[in-house]
Design a protein around this ligand. Structure first.
Ligand code: FES
Length: 168
């Protein structure tokens, strides 16, 4: 083997090594650009502590720009297969957008009423009056103790969503 050949081989390997390192660095850089920012990732999940909620007084939270209704039911509110049961408490968790044309219903005394066309939803988020064609939708959530994490679909929200799908 001649010195020329060895030198050519060496240069070839050197260029290949530099190209491989450069390529890997470029890929790492591109991944950093493509990956969502931490603030965007955090925005995909919303944790709600259910413990402080007062029975009969629904709260509205925000998840991915949508209103989320969470109602801790009172003892005299009718039970539903839609109830999220944690300990002795029953909750309704729903996306707060009317299933007619997307207005945000407001809680009035004992039901959510939609000001746009008069639709009404009972404490189990089922449509009971007006044009809404189905109950309020169920957001994906996961139960962790007395908190729910919106954005993570757990078995409870899957089961509730399957039930609600039968009510359309
Ligand atoms: S948008 Fe709610 S009843 Fe029409």
């Amino acid at each position: 083997m001649s010195n020329d050949t060895n030198r050519r081989d060496f240069l070839g390997y050197s260029f290949a090594a530099v190209a491989a390192v450069g390529g890997a660095a470029s890929l790492v850089g591109m991944k950093k650009v493509w990956d969502p920012l931490p603030s965007v990732l955090a925005g995909g999940f919303t944790t709600i502590d259910l413990a402080p909620l007062k029975a009969g007084e629904p709260e509205t939270f925000t998840w991915r720009g949508k209103p989320i209704f969470v109602l801790k039911k009172t003892a005299d509110m009718e039970g539903s297969e839609r109830d999220l049961i944690i300990g002795d408490d029953r909750y309704t968790v729903a996306i707060g957008l009317c299933t007619h044309l997307g207005c945000i219903p407001a809680w009035k005394k004992d039901k959510w009423k939609c000001a746009c066309h008069g639709g009404e939803f009972n404490p189990s988020a089922k449509q009971v009056f007006g044009p809404p064609p189905r109950p309020l939708d169920v957001p994906p959530f996961e139960v962790q103790g007395t908190t729910i994490v919106l954005g993570n679909e757990g078995p409870e929200s899957k089961k509730i969503a399957a039930f609600v799908a039968t009510q359309a």
